[in-house]
Design a protein around this ligand. Structure first.
Ligand SMILES: Cc1cc2nc3c(=O)[nH]c(=O)nc-3n(C[C@H](O)[C@H](O)[C@H](O)COP(=O)(O)OP(=O)(O)OC[C@H]3O[C@@H](n4cnc5c(N)ncnc54)[C@H](O)[C@@H]3O)c2cc1C
Length: 439
């Protein structure tokens, strides 16, 4: 990367970790627990909290550190299933079931707000709203068709902003107008992960890091879980490994890995620009995403001083540092005046897509799972974990329509999308270019 774009002291760790790096815990692996949760992100922690509230003894294991995965690396945009609302479910499930799925997804938004309030999680949460910027005229028309549905599903206003008024939401003329949706908040993901972990610990959950689960075996009356630090036995297991499910050092639930498509998402943080500049570029300090197939998502930092710009900068195995110039380029296409602004941090993490574009909870061979948030999992993973915990402890809510849906995979797919991602990514980029040319 051009050295001039990198600020002195440039780091390849998340900017969020400056304030809330996932801490190391020195808990040792117990011999047994009533419930073992594999994966210490939002889903696993939320599940642990609910299980403790229901009186279950629970141990959460993470191969790295609690909160180390996507849960301390994401953009901190909190939305309630707006992607699910856009996924054309009627054709597959019929109108009634489709509506139940969409309502279930949308319920993740009030749930995370309640969780943050109830547990007094200090994570800079603000219900700021989102601006979904249209990449082309036809994308604007598509957003306009969805606008009413989104307001109906979320119960909160959504309205279109034509291009001539775009600067009310975004200090740029780069897009063709867009949609303002109130049902979105912003938070500091590292602080949220830390706060959720603290809430689970306060409730009595045991959180153990640096333990990689390698195999889960069914044995009479429970499970024997082999890890790189020895064995633990349990009555029940919940796997919440999401985008990190497949790993050569040990995959907790290969069946789940074959149903998830892990994809790197990348973010850069700029140097401080000053609050006046941020106010000009982000009036209202909303979360912003665009309608490209290979999307950009960007926001001011919670302290209102710098920009965090994210996107799918590469569909090949690429480091955060390699992809930083591309993200900087996308940022300056939108904000040309930031050409000389330097990057202080660049990082990446794995999101998990599914072949049916839906999040899932369910049970396979007696093992519970919660996964597949399609890159929008701050609220959703919290919600999935909670509902997986209710199900596991026999308190399942029949209205939770993401439970037990058919969970497709593809023939010969092992969980590693390495060979087909560059092809799909190239095709999506081409279609984005064609849409823009047509506009
Ligand atoms: C760069 C980026 C930007 C994003 N931006 C947003 C956003 O703005 N808004 C939004 O809603 N969502 C966003 N997301 C998605 C969101 O962060 C995730 O959906 C959510 O954090 C998933 O939480 P999780 O608990 O399911 O998984 P994770 O937080 O990924 O946790 C999985 C954990 O499992 C552990 N693990 C894996 N295998 C094993 C094993 N065998 N044994 C033990 N532990 C194991 C891993 O170490 C990891 O800590 C983003 C994601 C990324 C990466």
């Amino acid at each position: 990367m051009q050295a001039s774009r990198l600020a002195p002291g440039f780091k390849t760790s998340p900017w969020w970790w400056e304030a809330a790096e996932p801490p190391q815990r020195d808990n040792t692996l117990p011999d047994r627990a009533a419930v073992v949760v594999v994966g210490g992100g939002y889903a696993g922690l939320s599940a642990a909290l609910t299980l403790r509230r229901l009186g279950q003894e629970v141990v959460v294991l993470d191969a790295e550190r609690i909160g180390w995965g996507a849960s301390s690396r994401n953009g901190g945009m909190v939305s309630g299933g707006l992607k699910v609302a856009a996924s054309g479910l009627d054709k597959v499930y019929g109108a009634e079931k489709a509506r139940a799925i969409v309502d279930t997804a949308a319920a993740s938004f009030p749930f995370i707000e309640e969780t943050i309030t109830r547990e007094a999680i200090d994570c800079d949460y603000v219900r700021c709203g989102r601006y979904a910027a249209a990449w082309s005229k036809s994308h604007y028309d598509t957003l306009a068709r969805r606008c009413e549905t989104i307001a109906d599903i979320t119960g909160l206003p959504a309205r279109m902003l034509p291009r001539a008024r775009q600067r009310e939401a975004l200090g740029s003329d780069h897009y063709f107008g867009g949609m303002l949706a109130d049902a979105t908040g912003s938070l500091h993901p590292g602080k949220y992960a830390r706060g959720l972990a603290a809430a689970a610990e306060r409730a009595g959950a045991v959180l153990v890091d640096a333990v990689r689960v390698q195999k889960i075996r069914d044995e009479a009356g429970g499970y024997r879980i082999a890890t790189d630090k020895g064995e633990i036995r349990s009555d029940a297991v919940l796997v919440t490994t999401n985008g990190y499910s497949l790993n050569p050092k040990g995959t907790a639930l290969p069946w789940l890995a074959r149903r998830l498509v892990p994809l790197n998402s990348y973010i850069i943080a700029t140097e401080e620009l000053g609050e006046a500049k941020i106010e000009q570029l982000f009036p209202g300090r909303r979360m912003i995403s665009d309608s490209k197939r290979v999307l950009n998502y960007f926001r001011p930092s919670p302290d209102g001083k710098r920009i965090l710009w994210g996107g799918r900068a590469s569909f090949r195995a690429a480091t955060a540092e390699d992809t930083a110039p591309a993200l900087h380029g996308y940022m300056t296409e939108c904000f040309p005046e930031l050409r000389d602004v330097k990057i202080t941090h660049a990082w990446t993490g794995f999101v998990a897509f599914t072949f049916d574009h839906l999040p899932h909870i369910g049970v396979q061979d007696g093992i519970h799972y919660a996964a597949g948030c399609q890159g929008s999992g701050v609220a959703m993973a919290t919600w999935l974990g909670h509902n997986a915990a209710l199900k596991l402890s026999g308190h399942a809510n029949d209205r939770f329509a993401l439970d037990g849906l058919p969970f497709p995979t593809r023939p010969f797919y092992s969980g590693d999308p390495g060979w087909f991602l560059p092809i799909i990514g190239g095709w999506y980029r081409l279609r984005d270019r064609l849409d823009r040319m047509a506009a």
